[in-house]
Structure formats: C-alpha cells, structure tokens
Design a protein around this ligand. Structure first.
Ligand code: XIL
Length: 455
C-alpha cells in the first residue's frame, strides 16, 4: 500500500468536500451533476416519480430502472376505487400495500391516486346516486386514507372533476350530482383520516392558462379562503407535440395561492419535439419553488397507457432516450427549493429596548362557514413569543349546538364548553407560528369566541 498516495487522495477528497460544502452554502442554484433522476431531483429538494403497475415489479429490467432512477411511485391502477373497494364495504389493499412496501424498501415516497374519480368506479358505486352515493364516497375516502395513513406523501383526493372546453365549470358525473360541495367534503374527510398527507386536486388539460385551469384556480382560491384543507394541485400533463407558452406561468399562479404544485402524470407524444418538451416541463417545475416533484406515467415506452405514442423516458429495451437526457440536465441545472430564509448575520446590535411586552401563551381565532342547521369552524392557533409544546382551545357553544366531527385536534365534550387539544404533530409551535384545526357541528355556532391556553 502506497501511504503517500493514499494520503494525497484523502486530502483531495477532504478539500473537494469542503469546497463543495462551501459552494452549496452560498449558491443554491449552482449546477450539479447527479447521474440519475432521483439523485438529481433530491439534490434540488424534489422527487422524481413513476407510475407503477405492481405486476411488473418482478420484471428485472423494469425493477432495475425503477429503483435506480425514481424516488417516488404512484400506483397506475391499484389504489383506485374499483381496486380498493370492489364490493361496498369490502376493502382490498393487496396491490397498494405491495407498492408501499416496495417504496419503503427502496427509499421512495408514495403518491396516492386517486380517492374519488368519475372513472374506474366499482359497478356498485356507478349504480348509486344522491345521499347514498355521497355517504359511500366519503366513507371510501375515510377508509382508504386511514388504511394508508402515514405512508402517503400526497393524495389525489379528487381527480378530473372539471369539464373540458370553455365552460370552466364542473364535469357532470354521479358524484357531481350529489351536490357541488362533494369535493370539499372529500378533502375534509381525507384530512381527518390522514393529517400528515398533502391533499391534492389533480386534472388534465390544465397545462397552461385556459378556461379549465382557471375554473380549478378559482376553486382552489375559494378553498384556501374558507379553510377547506387543500395543499397541492396536480397537473397531469399528458402532452402532445407542443407545450403551452404559459405552462410555467400557470404553475406559478397556483403556487401563489399558497399550494404546492406537482407534475403528476407526465408523458409526451413521440416526434421531433418530445425531448424538448420533456426538458421544458422539467425547467418550468424547477423555476417554480413550490413545484415539489415530477411523476412520469410509466417507465418504458411499452409500459405506457398511450400505446404507440412512445411517450416515456426509456425505450422498450430499457435504454435512456434523448428525453431522459434533457430531463436529467434540466434537474441538474435548476435551482434548489429554498429551505430556510437566508440567515444574514445581524449588522448592529439592537439599540432600543422592546416597547411591547412579548405575547406569551397562544391566541386563537375562528372562521365559521354556517348553513341552516349546521356549521364548519376553522380555527387558527398562533403561538406567542415563547412558542408552545402543546395547546388547548376552548369554546362555549350556544345551546342546541353540538360538535359532530373534528380534524387536526382532539375534542373533549360536544355541547356546552368544548375543549380542543393539539394532536401529536401540531402541538409544538415556534414563536409566532400558526396551525389550523377544524370541527363540524349541528345547530348554530354564531358568535363563539375561542380561548387559547399553551403548555
Ligand atoms: C390510466 C392507466 O394508466 C390505465 O392502465 C387504465 O386502464 C386507465 O387509467 N388520468 C389518470 C390516470 O388520472 O389514472 C389514468 O391512468 C390516465 C389518465
């Protein structure tokens, strides 16, 4: 063993390591040189995923590419309603569970797709309507999201609920006919069942600013303003031979509503533009700091639902296509998602003593969405200057009002004086940090005032 050479090598590694660390600290947008999609995306704080047919996990070419290139998966069919609840009230999770274990064994996160959709419904649901269907649908959301609780990065809670064409309105479907509020009911049920999952609305033909994407935009804005729990919007991006010039601007306008955006089912028609379009979509995502990941809808061309479109990143033999190279380069060239706000060292020590004493404890405010005979309350809890390790919010409800359902908190009591305590993931708040919980009730809650106690 040549010790001198070994030492020189070690020193080179150490110096290069220090240099790299120094560079990443100062320049978040420095080009990097990951050599797989998953490594390059991860370096930029994002995921790169693929839709998986679990039956193919035993095909070695398929599994090799999947495990090498992707750090997120979504079930191509196995978590849809027809697969998970083939008979009413009888749930089947074999395919979904298999995918989750594969993901956990290979360091991948899982997108859940899709809790409610007008397609791929089991026959029994297709034949239902009205409140029977509404109750069955909400029960489906609750059961499936509860089964996978803690294992799903993002759920497509509702898929493809908007109409194509110029109306910007909802698509007609059995679910839509149960009442326009079916989407928010689904999101509330999903939040209650799995508070740790990001909850997404997902759709196609939304790849630019158009009537359909604007209809969805207006819904998301409305949900955010009323406290309906929505965290992300999925853009399927099943693309043809051109890309809308305002693809990135469209992602950005949704991000500006305070939701994450994700490219969820990317595939692109073959032809001269395929590689360019793949590159442009990836760049657009990288340029939007709330674009947290990209999923392609399959691994090899022959795995694609688009038949002869050859729409994916690998050919049928598993070779990388030009589109792959463009995606990898765009990931490597793009900026990282900013982590913490920049920490500039303080310039001068503060001179004046603070005037107002800091607020300790916590404060709470409530916004009510009421109708005759019922209400939903969304409560915002803000930590005082000392932060909290737990909190408790109390209300005195008017007589006749009663709490029926709570999310992101635990209720004690349902009438009169009712108290809500944090759950395990939202009790610890930094100074000034805010969290939300909610409850639903019958009767009227108008005029109620919350009191907040921190521990
Ligand atoms: C497709 C699957 O890829 C096919 O295997 C299945 O036969 C039909 O559904 N939008 C969606 C996906 O949200 O669930 C669809 O997946 C493709 C279009």
């Amino acid at each position: 063993m040549n010790h001198r050479r070994a030492l020189r090598a070690a020193v080179t590694v150490a110096v290069t390591g220090a240099l790299a660390a120094a560079m990443t600290m100062t320049l978040t947008s420095t080009a990097s040189a990951g050599t797989t999609l998953r490594a390059s995306a991860a370096e930029k704080g994002r995921y790169f995923g693929a839709a998986v047919a679990t039956g193919k996990l035993s095909t070695s070419v398929y599994a090799t590419i999947l495990n090498r290139e992707f750090n997120s998966v979504v079930a191509e069919n196995e978590m849809k309603w027809d697969a998970t609840e083939p008979q009413q009230g009888r749930f089947s999770y074999t395919g979904g569970d298999r995918l989750v274990s594969h993901a956990q064994a290979n360091g991948m996160s899982v997108r859940g797709h899709a809790l409610l959709w007008h397609q791929q419904q089991p026959g029994w649901a297709q034949g239902m309507s009205g409140s029977a269907l509404r109750n069955a649908a909400i029960n489906h959301v609750t059961q499936v999201a509860t089964h996978f609780r803690g294992k799903i990065h993002s759920w497509d809670v509702v898929n493809e609920a908007f109409a194509d064409g110029g109306s910007g309105g909802r698509r007609d479907s059995n679910l839509q006919r149960t009442g326009n509020d079916w989407i928010e009911a689904a999101f509330r049920a999903a939040r209650a069942a799995d508070p740790g999952a990001k909850l997404c609305y997902n759709d196609y033909n939304t790849d630019g600013i158009n009537a359909k994407s604007t209809g969805i935009y207006n819904m998301v804005r409305d949900f955010r303003s009323r406290g309906v729990p929505i965290d992300c919007v999925g853009f399927q991006s099943h693309l043809g031979t051109s890309l809308a010039g305002d693809y990135q601007a469209n992602l950005q306008r949704f991000a500006d509503l305070g939701v994450d955006v994700q490219i969820t089912e990317l595939d692109v028609m073959t032809g001269g533009n395929q590689a360019n379009i793949y590159g442009a979509v990836t760049r657009a995502c990288m340029n939007v700091s709330r674009c947290t990941g990209i999923t392609v809808w399959g691994v090899r061309d022959c795995d694609s639902w688009r038949g002869s479109d050859n729409a994916l990143l690998f050919d049928c033999n598993g070779n990388k296509k030009a589109a792959y190279t463009n995606v990898l380069n765009a990931l490597n060239a793009g900026p990282a998602i900013p982590t913490d706000p920049p920490t500039d060292p303080p310039t001068d020590p503060p001179t004046d003593p603070p005037t107002d004493p800091p607020t300790v404890g916590c404060s709470a405010s409530v916004s009510l969405n009421s109708w005759t005979g019922g209400f939903v309350a969304t409560v915002k809890v803000t930590a005082g200057s000392a932060g909290t390790s737990g909190w408790n919010v109390g209300f005195t409800l008017p007589s006749g009002a009663s709490v029926t359902n709570t999310w992101s908190a635990t209720a004690s009591g349902s009438t009169g004086t009712v108290r809500f305590t944090n759950v395990n993931y939202n009790g610890r708040l930094g100074a000034g940090q805010v969290t939300e919980f909610g409850f639903q009730g019958t009767g009227s809650a108008s005029g109620v005032m919350p009191t907040c106690t921190a521990s």
